[in-house]
Design a protein around this ligand. Structure first.
Ligand SMILES: [Fe+2]
Ligand SMILES: [Fe+2]
Length: 499
């Protein structure tokens, strides 16, 4: 029997709006969840997703993808790559597995909300596939690290991290709640799929896959590239939603949703992906610097897409361009210094060869971050490890929930961007973080950072030990230097010669 071409029946099967008899339209599509914005259903029905797929096609492709990835894992498992991998790369995987899998599950919930509540049938259709995609990503990224739990409880943080009050987990939840689970379906399509998935998942899943392949971790490379093929499909839900908002006089709101989501995503990636790419991954495995990946996947991509849609670059674009040279170096230094507060083992990544690489990729690095690493290195060489460990907690930004980090050394630019709102003083790491708060204080005002909770007496005993316990970090899970300080030995000969 001859089969009809997909294009002959697709539009018809997507026509799934109907007139409800037992409930009102507003009960069926509550505005807070649907975000129809008064735009008629007849307009939402024009939503035209660029990537079309039928259910049988979807299942066949996904099955093949899963079969491929699981068989790579099975084939390479006996080689026990993890046992011989550079400890910096092991930390990369542990940080990734803690931060990502349950975030994927949250994304599945976000997709499910679009599946049920979007007024655009095309959006509902695509989100159904997106929901199954994210479920697959969760399962894969829980299953793969599971094989390593026998090696260290740090691998168990794939399940554990997002359920704890560890600070990076709190920062991730704060972002995910904001762009995935707390807004209407159309805002989710824009903030999650257009802003977060279009560019930032490329960073983590394509950029890191390139590094993984160079490092010899073919299991991880195959896993995360398989995931990214789904992302590149379901991230296309935001575009048609934006088009409808723009054609119906909602340009300013659309721009704000994008600007907030890009900035908040950037901040999280500056602490998660920046250090991984520029410090943890062995130099020979680095295909590009974090900044170069950011230019390829974020800057170039958004500049083109936003202008194509008739939107503008975010107002803070110059600030972002400047910060691409800065933020993640300071975040990395903070994570390494506060290493007991993370579930992975941060690699310092500053031996002489690595410092040369950093100076080449980020001219001026030595005069700023290098100066502080000089002091840290000197302390370690002289047996003063305690001076390289924290005694208290840093100031944390009330928007990104990350330390307020600045450029040290010659580039010092320290500042706490404050705001008083309804009698409470908020602290922000940049004017952009503060701006995100000012345009929607109701969304953010009640939240307490880990440090706010500490100061409010919610963490007992009110010591660093109490905070570590609050964060769920046991003695075998707290971060230590990935290479057990072996990198300082490369400085000892020069040091002795100078003495
Ligand atoms: Fe995903
Ligand atoms: Fe996704």
């Amino acid at each position: 029997m001859a089969l009809l071409d997909r294009s002959d029946w697709y539009d018809l099967t997507r026509t799934t709006n109907w007139t409800q008899k037992y409930v009102t339209e507003d009960e069926f599509f509550p505005e807070a969840l649907s975000g129809g914005r008064g735009i008629p259903n007849s307009v939402w029905e024009t939503y035209d997703e660029p990537y079309k797929v039928s259910y049988p096609e979807y299942v066949e492709t996904q099955r093949a993808k899963d079969a491929g990835t699981y068989s790579v894992k099975a084939a390479l498992e006996r080689a026990a790559f993890v046992d011989s991998a550079d400890p910096g790369w092991v930390s990369t995987m542990q940080a990734h597995y803690g931060a990502i899998p349950l975030g994927e599950y949250v994304a599945s919930i976000g997709e499910a909300r679009m599946t049920r509540f979007s007024r655009a049938p095309g959006n509902r259709n695509m989100a159904t596939f997106g929901m199954m995609d994210e479920n697959r990503h969760t399962q894969l990224q829980l299953f793969f690290p599971h094989a390593n739990i026998k090696r260290s409880p740090r691998w168990d943080w794939a399940h554990k991290a997002l359920r704890t009050n560890e600070w990076a987990a709190v920062a991730s939840r704060s972002l995910f709640d904001d762009i995935i689970t707390s807004r209407d379906a159309i805002s989710t399509a824009i903030m999650l799929t257009f802003a977060f998935e279009t560019g930032f998942t490329n960073m983590q899943f394509l950029g890191l896959a390139a590094d993984a392949a160079e490092t010899g971790d073919h299991t991880f490379a195959s896993l995360i590239s398989s995931i990214q093929t789904d992302e590149s499909r379901h991230s296309q839900q935001g575009g048609p939603a934006l088009k409808i908002l723009l054609e119906n006089g909602r340009q300013e709101e659309a721009q704000q949703l994008i600007d907030v989501a890009i900035w908040r995503s950037w901040k999280l990636f500056s602490v998660l992906t920046g250090p991984i790419m520029d410090y943890y991954t062995p130099v020979e495995g680095r295909q590009q610097s974090f900044k170069e990946f950011m230019f390829e996947f974020i800057v170039a991509q958004f500049e083109r897409q936003l202008l194509d849609l008739g939107l503008s670059k975010p107002w803070y674009w110059d600030i972002l361009m400047r910060d691409l040279d800065r933020t993640h170096h300071s975040m990395h230094m903070g994570v390494w210094y506060w290493r007991p507060t993370v579930w992975w083992k941060p690699a310092a990544g500053v031996d002489p060869e690595q410092r040369e690489w950093l100076e080449m990729k980020y001219p001026g690095w030595n005069k700023c971050w290098g100066k502080v690493w000089d002091v840290i290195t000197d302390n370690l060489l002289n047996g003063r490890e305690s001076l390289t460990l924290p005694e208290t907690l840093p100031t944390i930004c009330n928007m990104c929930n990350l330390p307020i980090a600045h450029v040290p050394g010659d580039g010092w630019d320290g500042r706490d961007w404050q705001l008083e709102h309804e009698g409470r003083i908020y602290h922000f790491g940049s004017e952009v973080d503060r701006w995100c708060f000012t345009i929607n204080p109701e969304q953010y005002k009640g939240h307490q950072t880990v440090v706010d909770r500490f100061l409010a007496g919610l963490i007992q005993p009110a010591t660093l030990e109490g905070a570590l316990k609050y964060m769920g970090l046991g003695p075998e899970e707290m971060g230590i230097d990935a290479h057990d300080y072996s990198w300082i030995e490369k400085f000892r000969p020069t040091k002795s010669a100078a003495a």
